[in-house]
Design a protein around this ligand. Structure first.
Ligand code: ZN
Length: 150
């Protein structure tokens, strides 16, 4: 980063903190040449993920919806918002590495359950029961559609 005062290009980071949702990182830097301190913001760039549903249709991945679902499962449990956010980031990174931009819907739930289980058993059970209902409903709709075709 170029120093706003002297134009020097060498600096050191003296403080680094992420915003509440973990998507924005604020850094305090100090110019090594003149010592002036300045702030930079770093944003995680994530291309839009698409979710492939069981019926083959696509929809845009909704990070907020997923966060809300996990937060609900973690209600009154000793799981911090930060933990939940890093769980979502971890799941997304895994899915991206494995599937690229188009992720099967079933995989998202499965991955979240896998990690949530290690974090909190109760939250895991809650999430799993909601998720399985949803999955069964999706499967049911699938079957109806299949019936319609034959
Ligand atoms: Zn400077």
């Amino acid at each position: 980063m170029r120093c706003p005062k002297c134009g020097g290009v060498d600096d050191k980071v003296i403080d680094s903190r992420s915003s509440r949702d973990g998507l924005l990182i604020r850094r305090r830097r100090e110019c090594l040449k003149c010592g002036v301190r300045f702030t930079t913001y770093e944003e995680i760039f994530r291309e839009k993920l698409r979710v492939k549903k069981r019926d083959g249709e696509y929809e845009e991945f909704d990070r907020r919806k997923l966060l809300a679902g996990i937060e609900k499962a973690c209600e009154k449990r000793p799981v911090s918002t930060e933990k939940i956010e890093s769980l979502v980031e971890l799941v997304l990174t895994e899915l991206e590495n494995e599937f690229g931009r188009e992720v099967p819907s079933i995989q998202i739930g499965e991955r979240v359950m896998e990690h949530l289980r290690k974090l909190d058993e109760v939250a895991y059970v809650r999430f799993a029961s909601v998720y399985r209902q949803f999955r069964d409903a999706e499967q049911f709709i699938d079957e109806i559609k299949q019936l319609g075709k034959s």
